[in-house]
Design a binder for this molecule. Structure first.
Ligand SMILES: Cc1cc2nc3c(=O)[nH]c(=O)nc-3n(C[C@H](O)[C@H](O)[C@H](O)COP(=O)(O)OP(=O)(O)OC[C@H]3O[C@@H](n4cnc5c(N)ncnc54)[C@H](O)[C@@H]3O)c2cc1C
Length: 426
């Protein structure tokens, strides 16, 4: 924990220095004299701002429709851009892809997007934190909020120090959903969680997915709630992330300053909405993730498209065969059989989407292309909000991905602005 003396009261406490917390902190600090404490348990925020940091500036990408109208989101995106100062990527020559897609009942969205890169994002975050300190915000890094008091407006830190507040904004992100759930139970806020995205990450040579030269992160919507997500190119690689009970894959790319490896990766995800008897998306994601861990001996799996098409499992040799002429960037994935691990309905819809994609951008399904599984995106516990500004109880707001009010950096930031506005207008 930083050597910082905290007061026993702040007008506003913000938990989490992800984009939602930062959005709220800037809005309040720039528009009031309120004392603000921003608390972050890590040295530096842990979400997407810290990683690849692709910023989408076109509604509805990242904005769950149940919470956002287009006009409001677009207005707030201008405010987000004023702070993040994006350098927009260009989008060229995509008409031929859009026309092919239309014939297959597929939508290619035109998105304004900027990309920072995993190697440069921490400099951006540090500069934002410095700006907040200069605006008078107390920033407590490496400081964890253990719990909220059930009835008093008070938090307890992990070192048992207690701090009171008038308003609190909670932006703990998706990874800490169980902490958020416990706090909602403590303060008596009802919630639900019935959605999960399950899918694969696809890795191929850039020459087999040339659309990325014209459109950095193509957002493509297929039938049956399947979509592409988070495309990486340039110096792109796949990583394994640890969750409770399983690993999920994810993709990154470094900034344009780094030497390209001429590979591309993107996720192909299917959204699943659950009803009885399993009503928790997080639980369903965990069940599927654990099944892969059992089958693979504890890691994520990968299969070459060539083997998949032949209905045979990939083996170590598959990845050394000179027909398959690039090495997987995730070296600790286990060569295996996707069809044995993935529920049939999900696999069918994703494979059907990939075949359509191969007609739109011929080459994606080259035999050397690798399919990694699982990529699981759980949604948060959606609280019952009392108003449109994400208030769950007088003086308590829950924002960002951890509250299901966003699905990306820019929307998370916008959700912070919205909660802050509500506090400023009181
Ligand atoms: C690896 C990865 C890459 C991603 N890449 C992108 C991308 O390129 N573009 C994009 O738009 N989205 C991306 N995302 C999604 C993006 O990260 C989220 O949409 C966004 O960060 C959500 O913001 P948030 O503020 O709600 O939560 P987060 O960014 O997750 O921030 C929450 C913060 O709260 C802190 N915290 C949690 N509990 C406590 C506690 N009890 N006490 C103190 N601090 C606490 C956490 O340490 C964390 O720093 C990515 C996500 C991941 C995991």
């Amino acid at each position: 924990m930083e050597n910082l003396k905290l007061n026993s009261y702040y007008d506003v406490i913000i938990v989490g220095s992800g984009p939602s917390g930062l959005g709220a902190a800037f809005k309040i600090a720039e528009n009031s004299k309120k004392s603000v404490l921003l608390i972050e348990k890590k040295k530096i925020s842990s979400g997407g701002l810290r990683n690849d940091c692709k910023q989408n500036y076109t509604y509805p990408v990242g904005f769950p429709l149940e919470h956002w109208e287009k006009d409001e989101a677009q207005k707030l995106l201008v405010e987000v851009a004023n702070h993040l100062k994006p350098k927009m990527e260009t989008r060229l020559n995509i008409d031929k892809y859009v026309n092919r897609a239309k014939k297959l009942d597929v939508d290619i969205l035109a998105i304004d997007q900027a990309h920072v890169g995993t190697d440069k994002s921490s400099a951006l975050i540090n500069s934002l934190i410095e700006q907040l300190k200069n605006l008078g915000v107390t920033v407590a890094l490496e400081t964890e909020v253990k719990e909220l008091h059930e009835t008093k407006k008070e938090i307890r830190l992990s070192n048992d120090f207690k701090i009171e507040f008038n308003d609190i904004i909670l932006g703990p992100g998706r990874a800490d959903y169980d902490w958020m759930q416990a706090q909602m139970d403590r303060i008596g806020v009802k919630y639900s969680d019935n959605i999960v995205d399950i899918g694969i990450r696809v890795e191929m040579k850039e020459e087999n997915y040339p659309i990325v030269k014209d459109y950095y992160d193509p957002k493509i919507l297929f039938p049956n709630k399947v979509r592409t997500f988070c495309t990486n190119s340039g110096c792109a690689h796949i990583v394994r992330e640890k969750y409770k009970g399983y690993y999920s894959v994810n993709g990154h790319s470094l900034s344009r300053d780094k030497k390209p490896n001429n590979l591309v990766n993107f996720a192909m995800l299917k959204t699943i909405r659950l009803t009885q008897p399993v009503v928790s998306g997080q639980q369903f994601g965990k069940i599927l993730g654990e099944m892969v861990m059992q089958l693979s001996g504890g890691s994520v799996i990968m299969q070459r498209v060539g083997d998949f098409r032949l209905g045979q499992r990939s083996k170590k040799e598959t990845f050394n065969d000179d027909l398959y002429d690039f090495k997987p960037t995730l070296s600790n994935a286990i060569a295996a059989d996707l069809s044995l691990s993935m529920p049939a309905k999900i696999l069918r819809d994703i494979w059907s989407a990939l075949k359509k994609l191969d007609s739109i951008v011929p080459g994606v399904l080259h035999p050397s292309t690798i399919l990694y599984y699982p990529e699981i995106k759980t949604y948060s516990n959606k609280p019952q909000f009392l108003n449109k500004n994400f208030m769950v109880k007088e003086g308590y707001y829950i924002i960002g991905d951890g509250a299901g009010t966003s699905r990306g950096i820019t929307a998370a930031w916008a959700s912070g602005i919205k909660a802050a506005k509500s506090i400023l207008e009181k």
